[in-house]
Design a protein around this ligand. Structure first.
Ligand code: FAD
Ligand code: DHB
Length: 399
């Protein structure tokens, strides 16, 4: 079996890469270890940056996004008993759109399959060989257990943080773990307000978000080793009401549709290319979710990669593939900084309540955190900086 680009992983990065390559006349095969229904149901991110939405529109993937996505013009920061709105439209003239990651995944899969694309789900025992030669290949077993070899010109490692592609070489790794996790729920309850709330509370961080006019998405900071089963529905709602409390605001409660714990880490592997292997998305970098950047970064990587690969495969010009890693890493490090900044400003680092001794948990750091929050909501310059990062810096911005 042969194709031009062998893509490992059918998350947002791998699927969109396949779509962008096809638009430039480049063939690919996508190999995914999970089933189609699993990847379509996996609940994860929900915020699309402005450049992400523009890109999805430009490449014909935004029909449902434009109908069902929820455009937002700002967010609230809640701390010290007060609520402070950051007005994106006023500050930077752009906003974000709330649209679940699994909806993006469903839309791209539908478009690819309608185009006759080759996406193999439920593959096993995947191996990547020959990436430092001009004949790379991917070995895998299909859903029936038969082995195959996919020969290709390039391999795109879009297999997420726990995938196999990063292990093919030894990139330098820069990382940090945080002394807490997020307990996330989806609830069948109408959102009480239209915009997201990021709350800094003595009990820990809380985030108020939504997926539709009937579904609320909520997160709580919890100790890193938390078992979701230890949190009853009543305890979750109680803690959400406490942490998100503000004048005239209550969280509507309803039956839980999903409940899960997400670890928090910052991680970057450099470079993102080894020979003919190119990493994209979570395979190369992870951000803590507080800045809502993970999926958006995965999408910006494959935008750069699709152009680089198609130019090389059509003309032989290697400039794009040679500069791929460096160009992506500029945006990656900007997002790493912003995600670390939002995480540091909004979480409780106190070792007593987080349950884990860590950095930044002393009373001095807490005072700095409040000073940063007050500055962010009172200075137009500081609020503008948050807004331009949150809605997403334009692609190609000098970073
Ligand atoms: P993924 O979406 O991880 O896709 C990788 C794909 O590769 C998966 O389908 C996987 O099954 C497949 N794969 C893995 N190994 C193999 C293999 N050996 N062979 C074949 N296929 C393989 N971001 C936010 O902005 N906000 C959030 O609230 C948020 N919540 C998250 C919750 C969780 C539990 C996780 C894990 C991530 C969350 N993120 C969040 C991050 C965001 O979802 C990711 O940044 C985004 O999914 C990255 O897309 P990707 O395509 O690079 O990787
Ligand atoms: C959502 C997730 C985030 O990480 C975030 O910062 C904002 C919203 C969400 O799932 O809706």
């Amino acid at each position: 079996m042969r194709t031009q680009v062998g893509i490992v992983g059918a998350g947002p990065a791998g699927l969109l890469l396949s779509h962008l390559l096809a638009r430039q006349g480049i063939e690919s095969v996508v190999l995914e270890s999970r089933s189609r229904s699993y990847v379509e149901q996996r609940v994860r991110a929900g915020v699309l940056e402005h450049p992400t939405v523009e890109l999805l529109r430009e490449v014909g993937l935004a029909d449902r996004l434009d109908r069902e996505g929820m455009p937002h013009e700002g967010i609230s920061l809640r701390f010290d008993g007060g609520d402070h709105r950051i007005d994106f439209t006023d500050l930077v003239g752009r906003g974000i759109t709330v649209y679940g990651q699994q909806e993006v995944v469903k839309d791209v899969i539908a478009a690819r399959l309608a185009d006759g694309a080759d996406i193999r789900f439920e593959v096993g025992d995947l191996t990547i060989d020959g990436v430092t030669t001009d004949a790379p290949s991917i070995g895998f077993a299909d859903a029936e257990g038969r082995r195959h070899e996919l020969r290709c010109d390039a391999v795109a490692g879009c297999d997420g943080f726990h995938g196999v592609s990063r292990g093919v070489y030894r990139p330098a790794v820069y990382d940090r773990e945080y002394p807490f996790a997020w307990l996330g729920i989806l609830a069948k309850a109408a959102p009480t307000q239209n915009e997201l709330v990021y709350a800094n509370h003595d009990n820990g961080f809380a985030l108020y978000s939504m997926r539709s006019p009937e579904i609320t998405r909520l997160y709580l900071q919890v100790p890193p080793d938390t078992d979701a089963a230890d949190w009853s529905d009543a305890r979750i709602w109680d803690e959400l009401q406490t942490r998100l409390a503000a004048d005239g605001f209550t969280v509507n409660e309803g039956p839980l549709i999903e409940k899960g714990v997400t670890g928090m880490r910052s991680f970057v592997a450099e470079p993102m290319r080894h020979g003919r292997l190119f990493l994209a998305g979570d395979a190369a970098h992870i951000v803590p979710p507080t800045g809502a950047k993970g999926m958006n970064l995965a999408i910006s990587d494959v935008r750069v990669l699709s152009d680089a690969l198609s130019t090389w495969l059509r003309t032989g010009d290697e400039t794009g593939i040679d500069t791929y890693s460096e160009r992506c890493l500029r945006r990656v490090w900007r997002a790493e900084h912003f995600s670390w900044f939002m995480t540091s400003m909004l979480h409780n680092f106190d070792p007593e309540s987080s349950g884990v001794a860590g950095f930044d948990g002393d009373p001095f750091s807490r005072k700095l955190q409040l000073a940063q929050l007050r500055y962010t909501v009172s200075s137009r310059a500081a609020a503008t900086s948050l807004a331009e990062n949150y809605v997403g810096l334009p692609y190609g911005a000098a970073l």
